[in-house]
Each structure stands twice: as C-alpha cells, then as structure tokens.
Design a protein around this ligand. Sequence first.
Ligand code: PLP
Length: 226
Amino acid sequence: MSIEENLKDIKREFGPEVTLVAVSKTHPVEEIMEAYEAGHRDFGENKVQEMMEKKPQLPGDIRWHMVGHLQSNKVKYIAPFIYLIHGVDKPKLLRVIDKEGRKKGRVIDCLLQVHIAREETKFGFEEAELREYLDSGQLRDLSRVRVRGLMGMATFTENEEQVKREFAFLSDLFNRLSEDYFVEEDRFDILSMGMSDDYELAIETGSNMVRIGTRIFGPREYCKTQ
Ligand SMILES: *Cc1c(COP(=O)(O)O)cnc(C)c1O
C-alpha cells in the first residue's frame, strides 16, 4: 500500500476530533512529500538534528511536532518554528523553552509527558511530581510556554489489558489536572497517546492526538549510532 492509502485507511477509523501526527523519523523527505501531497500537514520527528535537516527541504506550512526526548541545549534550534513539543518532562526544560520563546517572540505549545509505562527507560513526570510542580505556581511565570495537555507512551507489550490500564490512567489524569489547574484556560485540550500498535486502544480511552510512524511509512531501519 502507498503512503497515501495508509493515511486514508488510518483516518477512516476516527473522526476529525483526533489529530494524526505522521512520525517521519528515519524516513526520507521524498516520503514526507508523498504524505504532504496527499494533504497531510502534521509531521513528527524525535531528533532535533534530523528535523533541522529535513525542514528546509520541505514546504513551509508543515506543522512540525517534536515527539522525542528533547535536550535543553537543543531547544534553541527548533524554537523559531516548532508547532508542538510533546515530550516535556522536566521543569528545567520548560524554563528553557520559555527563554527561547521569548527570544524568538513566540509562545510555544507544549505537552507534559507523563511516565505511565512499566519500563524504567521511558521518560516523563510521575503524577505526584507533576502536581507538586503545578502547585508551585512556577508555570505561571513562564509566559512563553503554553501547556496544551499531556503525552504518554504505554509499555511495549502484547498485553492489551495493561496498555489499556495505562492509557486509562493518563486519560483520567488529563481530566483531573484539567479541572484542578487549567479551568481558566481553554487550551488544555490535547491528550497525545497512541502509536502504530496501540492507537485504536488509545482513542477508545480518550486520546485526541495519535503519533503514527510505521503504519504510514513502513518499518524503520535504525542506524546503530542513534
Ligand atoms: C517513533 C515514535 C512514534 C511512532 O511509532 P510507530 O510505532 O512507528 O508508530 C510515536 N511516538 C514517539 C514518541 C516516537 O518516538
């Protein structure tokens, strides 16, 4: 199947209230162009360098999503154009994004990543940590950061019940935080969860943004140095 057909196939499964981010990491700009020509505009990368190499070769109206772990010292490169940063997992990173947003005259949309998986290796805030941070009021001082919602990655497992539990936890946390901390802001509205293997489950559980790579572009060939 072509990239265009894959996109159509996936989008048929959900309504316009769910945003599909096409995760194009490791795939060449030609394949991104194929999706672009099929009308797709939201693309995700997980490495700053790769995004910076691809962006100038592609149309300017692409909405670039940073879906991977982001290091503070790399924020400056993407700050001028990034549409949404999905993986914000530390107060320090928020401060750096605020600083770079100020320099570039932008307000940068971010999602707070929550650690929901069993694997230790996955990044993100724990709920208590997140509440402590939100209670501290530090976020209010960051006028160049707009927290739009939460992002999470489930455990890599065949066990559907477990994945469902993890998504349900995140979805519930999203609703509770929304009520506890973001009532006055009408923009805490994005719940980014679901990838190629689990997006149906994620949407059933309340996701409104899915990040899909393999189902659109096919398998990735990883370079050992990455
Ligand atoms: C690579 C990646 C995806 C897409 O994964 P697929 O399984 O290929 O759909 C989604 N989210 C993040 C954070 C990723 O790094």
